[in-house]
Every structure is written in structure tokens, then in C-alpha cells.
Design a protein around this ligand. Structure first.
Ligand SMILES: Cc1cc2nc3c(=O)[nH]c(=O)nc-3n(C[C@H](O)[C@H](O)[C@H](O)COP(=O)(O)OP(=O)(O)OC[C@H]3O[C@@H](n4cnc5c(N)ncnc54)[C@H](O)[C@@H]3O)c2cc1C
Length: 218
């Protein structure tokens, strides 16, 4: 049942947008005991009936308006297919959950470009682990390029294009590993939720839209 609140009610925090950025902030603030409200331009889409199986059928989830930067002389970024609705772009994202390369945080030092981050990769590792556990990420353990890394679930079976790619890389002597995905290879129990495994589509890059693909609304 939808609960309605009077607009005169005072809250501690208003979060604008319920995508990958806004939703975790919203959840954490609420867990901390603050009263929070989210404003979302899109609507609630039903996972059971409105998440589509392919990119064409996903079109209603897209937000295709022109994007402008802020500032006195805004830059026009054009359209992109980010999501519009509760969950934001995670409504139809690829669910690929890579960690950054440690060098991404020190671009100035490594490449003389941009700025270095004031925090190190190692400081972020506990947070990567926490998010991966929360989402139930399926990936290689150990991960070939980072043997200490452990994903909570084994990798999702490779689809046909990935198998072809793997064969090609093997022939060329290029090392590969299944990409870490926020889609469940096994039933995953989590204190906040339980989800059953996901059937990986052999034909679709973005995979079937089932509740086992972890979107931020979970
Ligand atoms: C097709 C696609 C595939 C992707 N695949 C991956 C992937 O595999 N792995 C990965 O890590 N990333 C992926 N991404 C990128 C990832 O989804 C985004 O980086 C991430 O969702 C951005 O989070 P966000 O909170 O900034 O924005 P979003 O998740 O886009 O959320 C923004 C939300 O704000 C709402 N909103 C906007 N303006 C207003 C307003 N004025 N008032 C109220 N609400 C508003 C929107 O409706 C939307 O719900 C993909 C993106 C797309 C589009």
C-alpha cells in the first residue's frame, strides 16, 4: 500500500534521484535513523512484468532527454540511455561490477594527467568487499589479476559470445576470466533479502531482466 506524506512534513534529508548513487545514500541515512525522502523523476517499474528481455524492449525504461552540465556556460552532452525510474540506470545496466585498476586513482603520478585521488586503492578494498557481498557478486575466486580477491558467488556460466571470445583468447595466449557480475550464479541469502539464481541469456549482452540481477532497489 502506498503511504502518503504531507508536503508540510519536515525531513532531515532529501535525496534527488534513486539511481546507483542516490539509493545507497538514502538507505544508509535511513539506517542511521535520519528521516529521508527521495524525489524520483521516473516511476516504479515492476520487475515481474516491466523489465524487458532485450535492449529494444527495454526502451521505455530509458531516459533520453538532452543532458546539460551545470554552470554559466553549460555543455550539451546529448542523449544517452540512462534509466528513468526507481533504480535509475541500474534498471537496465549490464551488472558488470569491476573494481577500478589501482592506477586509476593515481592518474597524475602514473600518466601526468588529471589529479591523483586523496585516498588509496588499499583503503577502498574493505568497501569493495562490502558492496560485493551486499550485491552477491558472481566472479572468479581467485581472480587472476588479484589473487587475494574473493567473490561471494562462483562465476556465472559464460554465454555463447563469451565462450567464443574465450576460445579466441586462448588461441592467442591471452588470459581471460569471467567478468564479475551482480547477477546470481546460485541462490544467495543475505540478511536483507534472498534471491534465486539467474538464468543467463546466451543471446543478450545485458541478460534477462529477472529479480536475480541486483539492482539498487534490492
Ligand atoms: C545501458 C547501460 C549499461 C550500464 N552498464 C553498467 C555496468 O555493467 N556496470 C556498471 O558499473 N555501470 C554500468 N552502467 C553505468 C551505471 O548504470 C551508472 O554509472 C550509474 O547508474 C550512475 O548512477 P547515478 O545514481 O549517478 O545515476 P542513475 O543510476 O542514472 O540515476 C539517476 C536517477 O535520477 C533520476 N533523476 C534525474 N533527474 C532528476 C530530477 N531532476 N528529479 C528527480 N529525479 C531525477 C533519474 O530518473 C534516475 O532514476 C550502465 C549504464 C547504462 C545506461
Amino acid at each position: 500500500m502506498t503511504r502518503r506524506y504531507p508536503t508540510s512534513e519536515t525531513v532531515d534529508i532529501v535525496v534527488i534521484g534513486t539511481g546507483a548513487g542516490g539509493s545507497p545514500v538514502l538507505a544508509r541515512l535511513a539506517q542511521a535513523g535520519l528521516s529521508v525522502v527521495a524525489l524520483e523523476a521516473g516511476r516504479w517499474w515492476s520487475p515481474a512484468t516491466e523489465y524487458a528481455q532485450d535492449e529494444v524492449a527495454q526502451a521505455p525504461l530509458y531516459w533520453l532527454d538532452e543532458r546539460l552540465s551545470s554552470g554559466s556556460d553549460p555543455t550539451a552532452f546529448g542523449k544517452n540511455n540512462s534509466g528513468c525510474g526507481v533504480g535509475g540506470s541500474t534498471l537496465h545496466y549490464g551488472a558488470f561490477v569491476p573494481r577500478p585498476d589501482p592506477r586509476d586513482l593515481s592518474l597524475r603520478t602514473e600518466f601526468g594527467l588529471g589529479q591523483d585521488w586523496p585516498i588509496s586503492y588499499n583503503e577502498l578494498i574493505p568497501y569493495f568487499n562490502e558492496v560485493e557481498q551486499f550485491l552477491g557478486v558472481s566472479g572468479s575466486s581467485s581472480y587472476p589479476w588479484d589473487p587475494d580477491r574473493r567473490y561471494p558467488l562462483p562465476p556465472v556460466a559464460l554465454n555463447a559470445p563469451a565462450q567464443l571470445m574465450e576460445r579466441g583468447c586462448d588461441a592467442l595466449g591471452i588470459r581471460t576470466a569471467p567478468a564479475p557480475l551482480a547477477t546470481l550464479s546460485q541462490t544467495y541469502a543475505h540478511p536483507a533479502m534472498r534471491s534465486d539464481p539467474h538464468v543467463y541469456s546466451a543471446a543478450s549482452v545485458t541478460r534477462d531482466a529477472t529479480t536475480a540481477q541486483r539492482r539498487v532497489w534490492t
